[in-house]
Design a protein around this ligand. Structure first.
Ligand code: ADP
Ligand code: MG
Length: 233
């Protein structure tokens, strides 16, 4: 594993609501992410995984603590530096794909791509080069998730943040999507973070971070990650 530090989260703290109804979503979480690694964040529903991922991606600011990228806090330069980080550095993949229904696959990807060629290339990488002009409604769930991965790829993001990327997919399709993400990490040097509640998915990771109640309870290294196609759950 490459051991260059890419992102460093320090003391992230976040509560939602006030008074008796207040929920601590993150309770002083610190996490280092290394360039080129495949990191899986595991934990049951409500433990703070999405809140953490959103902060790593500059989508949401913490009450306390910060996220460093390139030695600088992504939150300290105001909205513009957060926006730049979100636009240029991170790509998001969501459980629900978040594609624009009125746009074709190519148009969806083109929205974030540096140029059209990059958009086409990203769609080729996820195996959809024959379907550039299809609309989301003409795709299966797995294909829609491929488009959304291509969208994250096309902007040449350093890091792919994937929130339950297989959550809305059937088992076989989910495995194929994990294969795509694995290939991006192993073959194309992307840093890939996968949030999931499926423990077995942790076997494909270089490192597994386990969360509970807004905190990290364990971090383990996998010296020999298992290929996604050999994982069963
Ligand atoms: P996970 O992704 O692990 O399921 P989340 O990060 O979504 O967990 O949520 C962590 C906790 O914060 C949960 O108790 C959730 O209900 C709460 N929470 C998350 N987002 C909000 C919000 N926008 N408003 C209020 N509570 C929230
Ligand atoms: Mg979540």
């Amino acid at each position: 594993m490459n051991s260059n530090l890419l992102i460093q989260a320090e003391g992230l703290y976040k509560t939602y609501g006030h008074g008796e109804g207040a929920v601590t979503a993150l309770n002083h979480v610190s996490l280092d992410i290394y360039d080129g690694e495949l990191l899986v964040i595991l934990g049951s529903s409500g433990c703070g995984k999405s809140t953490l991922l959103n902060m790593l991606g500059g989508m949401d600011a913490p009450d306390e603590g910060t996220v460093f990228f390139d030695g600088k806090s992504i939150f300290s330069g105001g909205d513009s530096s957060m926006t730049r980080y979100r636009r240029n550095t991170v790509g998001f993949v969501f459980q629900s794909f978040n594609l624009i229904q009125e746009l074709t696959a190519l148009e969806n990807v083109r929205l974030t791509a540096v140029n059209e060629e990059r958009a086409r290339k990203a769609l080729e990488l996820v195996g959809l080069e024959q379907r550039l002009n299809s609309y989301p409604s003409q795709f299966s769930g797995g294909q829609q998730q491929r488009v959304s991965i291509a969208r994250a790829l096309a902007k040449d993001a350093r890091i792919m943040l994937c929130d339950e990327p297989t959550g809305a997919l059937d088992y076989e399709t989910g495995k194929q999507i994990l294969n795509v993400l694995e290939d991006l990490c192993r073959g194309h040097h992307k840093t890939v973070v996968i949030v999931t509640h499926t423990k077995e998915i942790g076997r494909m990771a270089d490192r597994v971070v386990r969360m509970r109640n807004g905190g990290i309870i364990e971090t383990t290294e996998n010296p020999n990650p298992v290929s996604a196609k050999n994982i069963e759950w």
